[in-house]
Design a protein around this ligand. Structure first.
Ligand code: GDP
Ligand code: MG
Length: 163
């Protein structure tokens, strides 16, 4: 375990799916319903030659009395603070949403090593959204499919470059 990597992004982009793939087991709950991840989950992970701690986040339930934005923000802040590298994920099938842009501003301000990931890029439906990710100004999006295990070598290279 050399470093810690936090997966950040709005609900439903596929964070828990990637977490499970990196961990090699189905630990995090994956669901179509946004916000099913109840807290941060940390586990040792492997990506080719890299070994690290991976952190899964959602933040929707961390402080139920706060606003949605406030809850996501609180969760994200803690994960970012503890991480050595941030993996910021968007859903390339949906394209950029206002929440994506809010999260992008937060991770940009953190000033930590960052990897931008466009998930769900299996198939043509993701092409426009993956292009849109450039608009965030966070560099080249790494195109992956967490569900199908595509783009994992590119992800490994991007993480190595970032840290
Ligand atoms: P989270 O809220 O960001 O943790 O997202 P989840 O990992 O729970 O995934 C949300 C939904 O997206 C689930 O229905 C997943 O099966 C689906 N999903 C995750 N990764 C991919 C992918 O690479 N391609 C497609 N098509 N769907 C995905
Ligand atoms: Mg989740």
């Amino acid at each position: 375990m050399g470093f810690s990597l936090a997966i950040i992004g709005r609900p439903n982009v596929g964070k828990s799916t990637l977490f499970n793939r990196l961990v090699g087991r189905k630990i995090a709950i994956v669901d179509d319903t946004p916000g099913v991840t109840r807290d941060r989950r940390v586990h040792d992970a492997k990506l080719y030659d890299l070994q690290f701690d991976v952190v899964d986040t959602a933040g929707l339930e961390i402080a139920p009395n706060e606003s949605l934005a406030g809850r996501m923000r609180a969760q994200t802040d803690i994960a970012i603070e503890e991480a050595d590298v941030i993996l910021f994920m968007i859903d390339a099938r949906v394209g950029l949403t206002p929440d994506d842009r809010t999260f992008a501003d937060i991770v940009r301000k953190a000033g930590k090593p960052l990897v931008l990931v466009a998930n769900k890029t299996e198939g043509r439906a993701a092409e426009a959204g993956a292009m849109e990710a450039w608009e965030l100004g966070l560099g080249q999006p790494v195109e992956i499919s967490a569900e199908h295990g595509l783009g994992m070598a590119d992800l490994r290279d991007a993480v190595v470059e970032a840290i």
